[in-house]
Design a protein around this ligand. Structure first.
Ligand SMILES: Cc1ncc(COP(=O)(O)O)c(C=O)c1O
Length: 410
């Protein structure tokens, strides 16, 4: 990977704050955008800023072509069998909610999640427990936060009504990736479906949905160089066909009477109303960019930087890395708590990193409050890496973090 060349594509990396370069380590939240994505969106807004799916004039047809192109690019990127299995959403949250609301459940059906789900894959199940009487059962991780495959299988041996396994593929908490292939095999052997929250996997490593044989997969395009407020839900076509739509209205139907509506097939029936065409087109450009760099290269690059950082911070007194201690199991994420006996917390560390060296990290519970509460863990700091981060940035982060912690523990 030619980092110098890559970095030139990201205008935000060239901008100085207080005269200093930005070090952006908050990629699990939102990534920066390359010029190629912005150009594709600008072309939509300047040349053919109209709606798709309805009118027959040439500008509208151009929108349709570009939307189809983007859908096909994402289908290939994820290894999905058909473009019809790719539904455009606003984000991962919407995709997960769509399935929680539209998949049919019977009272007493079990939905399994891990114990470190983002709120987006926790609250929908809490709500469906109340509304539809499903049972939300948690598969607790091992002490080092890795997946307990034996415990998972045991749940199937004791219950014959697991309907859905809905789990975070790569955790935003600590970067750990669950053994998805094994999980899917066990679930399918017991006639359960599997949905993966791919918000942190699809941007960072190759994902082949056909090989994984997963039934649903949700992701956020804004976490993979794309426009904000764009996401994708993948679902196997035969499952999507059986599901009633979530939101309904224009573009979801071919005909209506005063009494009834005739719904279009997937994906149209799930994409209600005028769409974020610029976002959809920008999503195709983001996927082009990632494909050109290569997901395996991105994965290796992040792991190398993670190793450098982990090796140099793991012995800082009072600092505890969350999740597996081997950086090879944590992708591009380094989350840690720090004991500061003389005062200060994770948020203070994040603020000082930002104010002294323009280092952008996340602090708090990363929307995984339930895990923090269960483990009685204090708020943490998270550095999350991406393709444009460099070894020099890692070194600056390590040195500034040490100085910051010393500041609070003189
Ligand atoms: C693992 C995971 N799931 C779901 C989400 C929710 O993503 P969004 O806010 O884009 O819907 C996030 C966001 O950080 C995430 O990291």
């Amino acid at each position: 990977m030619d980092l110098e060349k890559i970095r030139l594509d990201f205008p935000a990396l060239a901008k100085k704050w207080n005269g200093k370069q930005l070090i952006y380590f908050d990629n699990a939240c939102m990534t920066l955008k390359p010029g190629q994505v912005m150009d594709a969106m600008d072309r939509y807004y300047s040349d053919y800023p109209v709606c798709g799916g309805r009118s027959l004039h040439r500008m509208a047809k151009q929108v349709d072509e570009k939307v189809t192109e983007s859908r096909e690019k994402i289908q290939k990127f994820l290894g999905a069998a058909r473009p019809e299995e790719i539904i455009f959403t606003r984000n991962t949250t919407e995709g997960l909610n769509l399935v929680a609301n539209c998949l049919e459940f019977k009272k007493g059906d079990i939905v399994l999640t891990t114990d470190r789900e983002h709120n987006s894959n926790l609250i929908p199940w809490q709500i469906q427990s109340h509304r539809k009487g499903i049972r939300h059962v948690i598969v607790y991780s091992d002490q080092d936060n890795t997946f307990d495959l034996a415990g998972f299988e045991e749940i199937f041996n004791k219950n014959n009504n697991v309907r859905l396994v809905s789990m975070v593929h790569t955790a935003n908490l600590d970067g750990y990736t669950i053994p998805a292939k094994e999980i899917v095999k066990i679930a399918h052997d017991h006639s359960a479906l599997v949905m993966l929250d791919g918000a942190q996997s699809a941007p960072h490593r190759p994902v082949d949905l056909k090989a994984l044989d997963v039934d649903f997969f949700a992701l956020s395009i804004h976490k993979m160089l794309g426009p904000t407020g764009m996401g994708v839900l993948y679902g196997k076509q035969h499952l999507l066909e059986k599901m009633a739509p979530f939101m309904v209205g224009g573009d979801t139907v071919s005909d209506t009477t005063f009494e009834a509506a005739k719904f279009l097939p997937t994906p149209e029936k799930f994409e209600a109303g005028l769409q974020n065409y610029a976002g959809i087109i920008g999503s195709g450009a983001a996927v082009d960019y990632l494909t050109k760099i290569g997901l395996s290269n991105i994965e290796k690059h992040e792991e190398r930087l993670n190793r450098i950082i982990t090796e140099r911070i793991k012995d800082i007194p009072g600092l505890t890395i969350i999740g597996p201690q081997d950086p090879g199991q944590r992708g591009g994420i380094i989350s840690f708590t720090v004991e500061l006996p003389k005062g200060g917390d994770a948020h203070d560390i994040a603020i000082v990193l930002d104010e002294t060296a323009n280092i952008a990290v996340r602090s708090g519970a990363f929307c995984v409050h339930s895990w923090f509460n269960y483990r009685k863990c204090q708020p943490a700091v998270r550095a999350s890496l991406y393709l444009y981060n460099t070894e020099d940035e890692a070194e600056t982060f390590i040195d500034t973090l040490r100085k910051t912690i010393n500041l609070f523990n003189p």
